[in-house]
Design a protein around this ligand. Sequence first.
Ligand code: SF4
Ligand code: SF4
Length: 372
Amino acid sequence: MVKREKVSSEELVVSSDFVASQQNLIGQSSDNSILTTPHSSLLTPHFKQLLDSKSCFKLICGAGNENLEEIERLVALYAKSGCRFFDLSASKEVLAAAQRGLDFAIPKEQQKDYHFCISIGTKNDQHVQKAVIDPEKCKNCGKCVEICPQDAISKQQMANSRVGLLSHRYEIVGKNCIGCMKCQKVCEFDAISFHISHFTFHSLLTSHLSLFTCIELHASDTDEAEVDEIWEYLNENFDGMLSLCLSRRKLSNEQVLNRIKRLIKDRKPYTTIIQADGSPMSGGEDDYKTTLQAVAMAELVQSANLPVYVLLSGGTNSKTAQLANLCGVNFNGIAVGSYARKIVKKYIERKDFFKNEAIFEEALKIARFLIK
Ligand code: SF4
Ligand code: SF4
């Protein structure tokens, strides 16, 4: 059962870009219907069975992705394709959009077998940061626009008062940006940096608890004290599944394992998922190389023989399960983000996505092929 009484009055601050939505998180939903949907039971036998089956597929919509239309469509499509676990940004609006997608695809009476996970992050974790373009440094070359997988960079027309003509500049569309840093890598003028905003998430634990059964902490930064503080808060106040997403971008193998062991010591066996994050948000391609680090990270966790579920993520694609099996790596499931979104992007973006049955069916075939 949920230990609501333990929610502290002192608000923990975690990283995200949802400054604008902070008031909405704390306030009441304008759509009260979403507060009474059937996601009320935590750690249900079905949820554990899903992980015990060793074939769990988790769709990562993106910890920083607040594009509500995209999220609704992705959840609808992948739920219809057989996915039962969805990773979402910790936002009331995002949860509502995901619920609309689920309502489109799955009858209410079956929705108890579908699980939403909200993602939060430590303040320097890549998953909860957003890009910013410095207009002083930007040379308008457009390279970042071409590489961005989320269409998160827009061209803004501006009046040029000196010559009376229109010029343009590039700006980040915050709700679409997932912090993948691909734009920064191609910018030759050092014009792109990342910012972290803060919001308090604990109100979601009380006001919207019926909508999710899992919370994921992205904790690949080196600040052990911050990780401990947030994890302890979650452990005390949430009786659902906790997921810890870790990569080796900043941590050594030893640090990763020590962190896991320390954080799970007060938790019951198999109430924690370790999301073994290979190369975070790198899954644009469908080859073995892209997914190699995810398999290696899962192997590291597996070798420690801990009472946790293991999901592979970060560069995951249709080759991940095959490579993990070839390497003798056991896992409970695969979480796919960039690649899962990319392969259906052209369908999701269509205005008639929900109305055109042929289009929806075509997208369904592609999503089903990835999940199987
Ligand atoms: S790549 Fe850099 S310089 Fe080019 S448009 Fe983007 S921010 Fe500006
Ligand atoms: S490339 Fe990645 S980090 Fe840059 S704007 Fe697009 S989504 Fe954001």
